[in-house]
Design a protein around this ligand. Structure first.
Ligand code: DX5
Ligand code: ZN
Length: 228
């Protein structure tokens, strides 16, 4: 398991393999790593929390063997308690739960950190940033969804920047080192808007894996995030 670094004032780019050619995942991982990605974003869906299915712990275990990139695992599942153990064992670097999911999230976040992983909490587009307040001391990462979760290739929602700014304010007031990651509809333009609002980690599926040149696509997002 590779460690997710602490935020250092630099933008992190995390390509989402949901948009990669599923018959050539190994190649996608290699291209992302060689193209300068910081983390690999792995979307986990259970068909209940979101109306779609994606990967499982076996995928994460295979990617872990390549040791190419830290794996930023986004759990879009109704019952995260069923999955944190298997994904920890598989080699995830971070586990991000949804605040809208079921179970004792505080206990799960504490367990994730005790296992040496970064702990994240995600909010859907209609969830108020203030909802993360009770969890703030347990977090290494907050993931702001800027599309309704479930599918890649959607457009950045209009309230995205306001959601990010709200979370940034809470993180600032907490005085803690927490990544603020944005996920959904990120491309060069929206990455700049998200960075302006306070994001410092950028998930991108479609904009990276459906671009002709993976390295160039990653570099463009990084540049937009740095020079907004
Ligand atoms: C959506 C996923 C995203 C998705 C982003 O539910 O959480 O990570 O892969 O894809 P793009 O960048 O295409 O919006
Ligand atoms: Zn995601």
């Amino acid at each position: 398991m590779l460690k997710l670094p602490l935020p250092k004032g630099l933008a992190a780019v995390a390509p989402s393999i949901l948009s990669a050619d599923q018959l050539n995942l190994g190649l996608a991982v290699q291209k992302a790593a060689q193209g300068g990605a910081d983390w690999l974003h792995i979307d986990i869906m259970d068909g209940h929390f979101v109306p779609n299915l994606s990967f499982g712990p076996a995928t994460v275990a295979c990617i872990d063997k390549t040791a190419a990139l830290a794996q930023d695992v986004h759990l879009m599942v109704e019952r995260p308690a069923d999955f944190t153990g298997p994904f920890t064992k598989a080699g995830a670097s971070s586990l991000t739960l949804h605040i809208e999911s079921e179970g004792d999230l505080k206990q799960l976040l504490a367990q994730i950190r005790q296992s040496g992983l970064a702990a994240g909490l995600s909010i859907k587009p209609d969830t108020a940033p203030a909802e993360i307040l009770p969890y703030i001391d347990l977090l290494d990462l907050v993931l702001v969804m800027t599309v309704y979760p479930g599918f890649g290739g959607q457009g950045f929602l209009q309230n995205g920047a306001a959601q990010i700014a709200g979370v940034r304010d809470i993180i600032k007031k907490s005085g803690r080192q927490i990544w603020l990651e944005v996920d959904g509809g990120i491309n060069e333009e929206t990455a700049a808007a998200a960075a302006r609002a306070g994001a410092d980690a950028f998930v991108a599926g479609n904009a990276v894996f459906n671009a002709p040149d993976t390295a160039l696509a990653i570099a463009r997002i990084r540049r937009a995030a740095a020079n907004f």
